[in-house]
Design a protein around this ligand. Structure first.
Ligand code: UDP
Ligand code: MG
Length: 139
C-alpha cells in the first residue's frame, strides 16, 4: 500500500464559485505533485457509490444530490505523508472550525458544501483514485 498518495475532489460549490485555479495553486505550492487530474461530473448513482461508506448517515441523500449538482475536479496527489498533510491543508469538515489559511477556511461556506474532498486513509486513497483514473491517466 502506497503511503505517499491521496485523492481529492474540488466539489461543485468551489467549481461554481470559480476557485479551481486557486485551489490547485494551494495544492501545488504546498508541495503536492499532481499525478492525475480530471474535470468531470458525478451522476447521482456514481456519487452514491463514491460515498457509500456514509449511506446510513442522515446527510447521505443531500450529500449525493449536492455532489451530483455540477462538475467537479478529481485528482491524485503525491507527497511524503500525503494523507495527513492533505487533511491538514484542507482543514476541518465544518469550514467554520477550519484553521485560518486552510482550503476549507478560505473557499468553503458550509459543512455540506465544503469545497474539497480528501481521503482519510491509504486504503481509501487507493479505492477513490481507482474510482476515477486508469493506469494510463497517471503520470
Ligand atoms: N457532510 C455533511 N454533513 C455532516 C458531515 C459531513 O454534509 O454533518 C458531508 C460533507 O460534504 C463532508 C462529506 O459529507 O465532506 C463526508 O463526510 P466526512 O465525515 O467524511 O468529512 P470529510 O472527510 O470530507 O472531512
Ligand atoms: Mg471523509
Amino acid at each position: 500500500m502506497e503511503s505517499n498518495k491521496t485523492f481529492t475532489m474540488i466539489k461543485p460549490d468551489a467549481v461554481a464559485n470559480g476557485h479551481i485555479g486557486a485551489i490547485l495553486d494551494k495544492i501545488t505550492s504546498n508541495g503536492f505533485k499532481i499525478v492525475a487530474l480530471k474535470y468531470t461530473a458525478l451522476s447521482a448513482e456514481k456519487a452514491g457509490e463514491f460515498y457509500s461508506v456514509h449511506k446510513e448517515r442522515p446527510f447521505y441523500k443531500d450529500l449525493v444530490s449536492f455532489m451530483s449538482s455540477g462538475p467537479i475536479v478529481a485528482a491524485i496527489l503525491e507527497k511524503d505523508n500525503a494523507i495527513e498533510d492533505y487533511r491538514k491543508l484542507i482543514g476541518a469538515t465544518d469550514p467554520s472550525k477550519a484553521e485560518p489559511g486552510t482550503i476549507r477556511n478560505l473557499f468553503a461556506k458550509s459543512i455540506d458544501a465544503n469545497a474539497v474532498h480528501g481521503s482519510d486513509s491509504d486504503e481509501n486513497a487507493a479505492i477513490e483514485g481507482n474510482f476515477f483514473f486508469s493506469a494510463f491517466e497517471r503520470f
